[in-house]
Write a new protein. Sequence first.
Length: 619
Amino acid sequence: MDELPNDVAELRLNCSNLAVQNEELVIKCQQLMKQLENQRKPVQEIISPAKQYESSKGQPFSDKQAATIAYLRARVNMLEIGIKERESFHRKNLTDMAKQHSEQIQSILKRSYETERAFQDACARATEYPSEGEGEEKFKELDDRCKLSEKLKALVEKENSDLRADVYKLRGALQEEVLKKLEEKRISRDEKDESEGLIIFIETDGSEKRIKGATPDKLIERLLDPLSFDNKYLQAFMLTFPSFISSRGLMDLIAMKHREFMALKSKMEDKGYQTPIILRFVNAIKTWLEGYWSDFQDDPSLVGDINALLDTIKDEKLNSIVKSVLTRKLTNEDQTHQVVKATPPKAIIPKPLLKRYSPDAQTSQVGVKQKVGDTDIKLSILDIDPLELARQLTLIEAELFVNIKPREFLDMAWMKDNKDVKSPNITKMVQWSNHCIQWIASEILSVKDNMKLRAQVFERIISLGHQLEKLNNFNGVREVLAAIESSAIYRLKKTKGVIGTKFMKQLDDLLRVASSEHNYKNLRARVHSANPPIIPFPGVYQSDLVFLSTCNKNILDGGLVNFHKFQKEAGYILEFQTYQKTPYNFEVVAEIQDMIKNYKVFSEEEAYSNSLICEPRAG
């Protein structure tokens, strides 16, 4: 019999089920007995005619008939005996089964009673409060067990800490050994390459050897060298390599270096050699993908080469780093936009626009550009607060500034005939600056007959420059000064004589900050000390790059790439690029921006002619 359950309710349910089963068994036994009674009737029906036939007198019987009757009698007797025996067997069987079921039910009821009683006793013990001595003893026992557990935990933590320290030391020793071996190999290789004219080094103040010139193959070898990793070198290489090798050429050399590594991989018993090298491959490709995706758009076959290279890298973690970047680029999920979360300062709306921007207006027009001709409101520069004018000009120039790509500065592309292709965004910014210079001059020269009013416009221009300098828009400051120093404005001495002392002091400050003297020394210092956002004057960097390219060749004697030059070039460009990361946060006032963009400016000839009208030549 299966072990009885401990649950009282379950025992009661089992007892009920057994009682029902017992009743069903009794019913089945009664049905069986009824069937046995029915089986006896046919036998009696056979015996009765036989007896009647035997008792009939005067009728002769043959021997054969007598034998048949005797057989039938014997058969009937046997059947009667068999029926009685089966009936007796079934009755005994039913009695035994009923007794067994009764015993089981009694046992279950007894066990149920015992379980219920034990449960009640346990509940009673659980609700009893221990005696004072017994409680203290149990508390002490539990306290000892807790202290022992804490000691064991502390011991385990110490063991783990010691194990981690040992692993760290072992890893450090292994890495030191690996780096030492790599250093020995690199020194030997550098000496060999230098003797063969494949690379030239220069020593810095710290006696550190830096590459002056090398073949593209050696430059890439240094790029992938795990011992000489230099992020500045990596950034400079990825920025400037189009000046001495194509994207296809770079990919082929990287693939070749990777195949060479894979050929040596089987000989490297220690994985400490493998991981740093693979990491350099992955880091180089990741930097290339993230910074210069246009290379892969221009030559889609490069993507297939990268996938083929990744298939050979078994380190899933490193592999996934590049694949995630590649997936983002291919699905255009990598489009970065400058997001400003802070609330911008409230725009200073010009008086002619106050009705349009009043709270009573159905919809605010701030930030909604108006098409020329949509409104009959014509703004004058004197209607606009200098700070708001500086903000709107800065927003326009910031958009142009952030669109400039670093490689537009390579090889003085902005000065070439194909500048619209090689340097489109620098070209757009130069064109905009020229427009602004002409706009500022035209604002002053448009007032021909009223010197006092012309002086007020001049003062507003100086205030604009002052606000631009406070906003760190040094490109705008240079535009203001370029207009004021143009021949058409510079000669207006009588007009300048009417300008207030405060404004002339502001002009002197601007001239001192943004002067081109000493190669823009003051302007460079001002830019470096300013906090972003900043719009630097691109001309400073362009003049540095022109000087660098004029005084240094791309290729040294012996056909080596002058990488020392390209690293300096990259330094200027990457500094310029850092200022593109922080956006300005001002509300757009479309009418002010449209006024600046759509102003009908004077040409240089027209400007000088109007200057002569404003202040004719003496004599």
